[in-house]
Design a binder for this molecule. Structure first.
Ligand code: GLU
Length: 488
């Protein structure tokens, strides 16, 4: 069997759309599942859309998620150059050859003439298909006009009769009447190819066996196949993949700030979690398992399990998955990632590693961290009613008793170096007071944090705050509760 070769062919737009990254992942998995090659090709023929630094974003993203290419502009390979703007002489040569083979013709029409026809079609609600008078110019005459310096494009020539079909790995047989296929421009007057041409020349000359791309290319693929046929080339295996959508109607769009890999990383998602999640967009493994390493995905990936239907990007699912990844890390790794989020939020001299330890169990997305730890430096204002916990039957009286006993017991504790000693002291209290654990721990946690929800419980928080600060906050709680009991 021929060695499988796939390619990721992004246009340098300045950001990595999640749908594109998903395509790259599928391309990578299809190749690597069979020990094949995965190439990176930069499609920069649309020079107007070129963005400075955009190619670096592509390299960086691929590196961050661990999709390493075997050939590409930065590392070379036997089939370069891997940037389309560096392949212009080649496209010109192939375009001329295609004209000789009858698969294309030179066209001298002005853009206005084409536009005029397009408008006319629009007016009568007819699908636009350029009826090109240049098709009737003899090759000899066309060459003369080119030599004399007249601007021209190379336009595909499509016969009107018959139909073209191919079998897509995902969408099955696609068949279209040749008559509806538009004869599009293959090579522009400035010598740049259009996507319609470059994709064919590049995929063929780079030995691509599997073309994986968005299903928006499905309808023009028959046109491309006619070009392959004109050259007498083998048609690659096509794997068109469904789009990634925000919901049933809307695509993920850059404008909403939810479409790019960079946006998600900025929001605190981990590259590995993102990659894992997008593997499941439009593809499903046989088992129920959802967490996979890249290596595991390589092993189980199967083209046959790619779905035709649009995939909905569910941020809640990604958030859940991200939390799973955070919890699966070592504390040291998590701490490393969490540290930047403490900046400017924790200035007091607390053990940051201990903070990381309680956070790791709770955080789903790193950007949640500042809000979760904002009580550490200063006790927030809080409502006295937070002491009431209905299920635990905690009243102001019970809370006050619990805090008073805790204050006394903790004041006697001198070794705060480990959580265990705090644990021992506080957990001895419920029995002494004839209360439930929660009736002691709830008020203590409330007094220490002033918050309803915190990472970690009363014991961990007391340990992090240290003796003086913990006692000071408990004293504040006692004061508040005394006033409340007095009033009622
Ligand atoms: N440059 C095209 C895009 O970014 C690639 C399509 C393809 O993979 O052939 O949409």
């Amino acid at each position: 069997m021929k060695k499988i070769r796939t390619r990721f062919a992004p246009s340098p737009t300045g950001y990595m759309h999640i749908g594109n990254l998903r395509t790259a992942l599928f391309e990578y998995l299809i190749a690597k599942h069979e020990n094949g090659d995965f190439l990176l090709r930069i499609e920069d023929t649309d020079q107007e859309r070129k963005v400075e630094g955009a190619v670096d974003i592509i390299y960086e993203t691929m590196r961050e998620v661990g999709l390493h290419h075997d050939e590409g502009p930065d590392i070379g390979g036997d089939f370069g150059p891997y940037v389309q703007s560096e392949r212009l002489p080649m496209y010109k040569e192939y375009a001329d050859r295609l004209v000789e083979l009858g698969g294309a013709h030179y066209c001298f029409c002005s853009e206005e003439a084409v536009e005029k026809q397009r408008k006319e079609c629009e007016l009568i609600n007819k699908a636009f298909k350029y009826d090109d008078p240049c098709k009737h110019i003899s090759l000899e005459e066309a060459r003369k006009r080119i030599e004399s310096g007249e601007p021209y494009v190379v336009r595909q020539t499509i016969r009107h009769d018959g139909a073209t079909y191919f079998d897509d790995e995902v969408y099955g047989r696609i068949e279209v009447d040749n008559d509806i296929l538009d004869e599009s421009v293959l090579l522009k007057s400035d010598g740049y190819p259009t996507y319609n041409f470059a994709n064919i020349i590049d995929d063929h000359t780079m030995g691509i066996t599997h073309v994986v791309r968005g299903n928006e290319y499905l309808s023009s693929t028959p046109k491309y196949n006619l070009v392959y046929q004109a050259y007498g080339w083998d048609i690659p295996t096509y794997v068109h993949v469904p789009p990634v959508m925000k919901d049933d109607h809307q695509k993920l769009s850059k404008r909403n700030g939810d479409a790019s890999f960079q946006d998600l990383v900025k929001k605190g998602y981990l590259p590995q979690a993102i990659l894992n999640y997008i593997a499941l967009l439009g593809w499903a493994p046989e088992s129920e398992q959802e967490i996979y390493t890249l290596q595991e995905l390589i092993e189980i990936f199967d083209i046959k399990r790619i779905s035709k239907s649009p995939a909905i990007f569910d941020i809640n699912k990604l958030t859940w998955m991200n939390g799973m990844y955070l919890r699966a890390m070592s504390l040291d790794e998590f701490h490393e990632l969490a540290l930047p989020y403490y900046d400017g939020v924790i200035q007091s001299d607390v053990d940051l590693k201990a903070v990381s330890k309680i956070l790791q169990q709770r955080v789903e997305v790193l950007t949640q961290i500042p809000e979760m730890i904002d009580f550490i430096d200063a006790l927030p204002e809080y409502d006295i009613e937070m002491y009431i916990h209905k299920k635990m039957k905690t009243t102001y009286e019970i809370a006050l008793k619990a805090l008073q006993a805790s204050e006394k017991a903790l004041a006697d504790l001198n070794d705060w170096s480990s959580e265990e000693s705090v644990h021992e002291v506080l957990l001895a209290l419920p029995a002494q007071l004839e209360m439930k654990n929660g009736q002691v721990l709830w008020p203590v946690r409330t007094a220490l944090s002033g918050k309803q929800f915190t990472p970690g419980g009363a014991i961990e928080i007391a340990h992090i705050l240290g003796k003086d600060e913990a006692l000071r906050r408990i004293a504040v709680g006692i004061q508040k509760l005394e006033a409340a009991v007095h009033e009622s």
